[in-house]
Ligand binder design. Structure first.
Ligand SMILES: Cc1cc2nc3c(=O)[nH]c(=O)nc-3n(C[C@H](O)[C@H](O)[C@H](O)COP(=O)(O)OP(=O)(O)OC[C@H]3O[C@@H](n4cnc5c(N)ncnc54)[C@H](O)[C@@H]3O)c2cc1C
Length: 397
């Protein structure tokens, strides 16, 4: 079995590391979804931008997730309304649809082959309580103008009725993609627009106290720039200590199977969002979650397997009526940056005038981080973006 995430197998050859001391207008740290998006936007605006990545493009959370393009936050809509109020919940939800539209437009504009498909997702109930919560959530979503179709009884796909599920919500505007192929495509588009990318270049420290005079130190040299965009997600506090305790590293487990006959025609989210799976364009099942089984262990930066959770995920898949043996080809884990209030932190870096930051995407980074990167670029170029006003990190001060 491969030790690599399915999306990163095979790994591509790395871009060259930083060749020594250089200067540029803006330096971006971290080449996941957020950082590559920022670099693309800046390069398209004619900015001299360098993107520094400790590993390779998309090699951390971005290349280790399930490739769901979901609307909304990690909380179902009824909970989001309860926690943050109706207006804010509606606004944040709308941002995630904007993010999806931008991803779709980018795929189209740059011809990125990444298995993108927009056929919605399914939120699946698993108990009388969860079923009722889904009904409430779907009603609130529809009242607020979002396309959420409640499915009950015979409208629930047969494959789930066979396992006792009776209620689901079809979130019509959701989608799916191969996250690594997409973000590598974004990185290539950024390079084509003039950005320079250095992989295997870990930033060891930065001095960004004064805008216009930023110094970013790496293992291979120093980058001098006017401003730095920090897009290191779960590792934000390594470079910006304010984020210690505001963004925590949390591990998620994943697996992928060999191609199977199609049972699932769109991404599925179950057990309050803890469990999720889909079949990709080749029929492989990509499945993740079950973190609540061992929540105290599934923290920190180590990308290690949790045998208990992996066994549970396999057993779950075995309950479905496959007419061929189940072969698991890939097992992996990845690290998410969980923010203290469950929402991304995107905007000026608290108490560091020469840095802006996008982090804390929690479990739904593909719902936010592409827009976040572009919004950070706009913040640098124009001094403002309404997305950064809504998700300014300083709200946690
Ligand atoms: C198992 C799992 C399943 C998930 N499933 C989904 C899903 O289906 N849908 C969804 O919306 N979201 C999902 N997520 C969350 C989503 O993947 C992330 O929120 C998103 O990828 C975050 O993007 P990012 O660019 O902020 O972070 P990352 O992809 O983590 O990128 C940060 C980059 O910074 C680099 N870096 C860190 N420190 C340094 C340094 N000092 N110097 C240079 N570079 C550095 C890292 O190597 C990394 O490449 C999942 C995450 C995991 C782990």
């Amino acid at each position: 079995m491969s030790g690599l995430p399915y999306w990163l197998d095979p790994l591509v050859a790395p871009a060259t590391p930083l060749p020594g001391d250089v200067s540029c207008d803006v330096v971006v740290v971290g080449a996941g979804l957020c950082g590559t998006s920022a670099a693309l936007r800046l390069a398209q605006a004619g900015v001299d931008v360098r993107l520094l990545e400790a590993r390779q493009v998309a090699m951390s959370a971005t290349g280790r997730n399930a490739g769901f393009l979901l609307q909304g936050t990690c909380e179902r809509y009824d909970r989001a309304v309860e926690i943050m109020g109706r207006d804010r919940a509606r606004r944040i939800h709308s941002w995630t649809l904007d993010n999806h539209d931008r991803i779709a437009a980018c795929i189209e504009e740059h011809g990125i082959e990444c298995g993108y498909r927009r056929a919605g997702s399914l939120q699946l109930g698993g108990s009388a309580l969860e079923d009722q919560e889904l009904r409430v959530s779907a009603a609130l979503l529809r009242e607020d103008g979002f396309d959420a179709q409640l499915l009950e009884g015979d409208d629930v796909p047969q494959v789930f009725r066979g396992t006792g599920r009776q209620v689901a919500v079809h979130m019509v505007a959701d989608g799916e993609l191969d996250p690594a192929r997409f973000v590598r495509g974004v990185a290539q588009a950024a390079q084509a627009a003039g950005a320079t990318i250095h992989e295997n270049t870990r930033v060891t420290s930065l001095d960004a106290s004064a805008p216009g005079d930023v110094r970013v130190e790496t293992e291979h040299g120093v980058v001098s720039a006017s401003l730095v965009i920090v897009a290191t997600n779960a590792r934000a506090s390594d470079l910006l200590p304010w984020f210690e305790g505001n963004v925590d590293p949390v591990r998620g487990q994943m697996l992928a199977t060999a191609p199977l006959p199609r049972l699932f025609d769109r991404p599925i989210y179950a057990n309050h969002g803890y469990d999720y799976w889909r079949q990709d364009e080749y029929g492989r099942v990509v499945l993740g979650g079950w973190r609540n089984l061992d929540a105290d262990t599934e923290v920190g930066h180590a990308e290690v397997l949790n045998p208990r959770i992996q066994a549970k995920m396999r057993a779950f898949l075995e309950q479905f009526p496959w007419d061929q043996p189940l072969e698991i080809t890939h097992q992996w884990s990845g690290i998410m940056g969980f923010s203290k209030d469950g929402l991304p932190l995107v905007g000026p870096a608290p108490s560091v005038a020469g840095a802006v930051v996008g982090t804390g995407f929690t479990g739904h980074g593909f719902g936010f981080a592409f827009l976040a990167g572009a919004a950070l670029a706009d913040l640098v170029l124009e001094g403002t973006h309404p997305f950064c006003d809504d998700l300014d990190p300083r709200r946690l001060s």
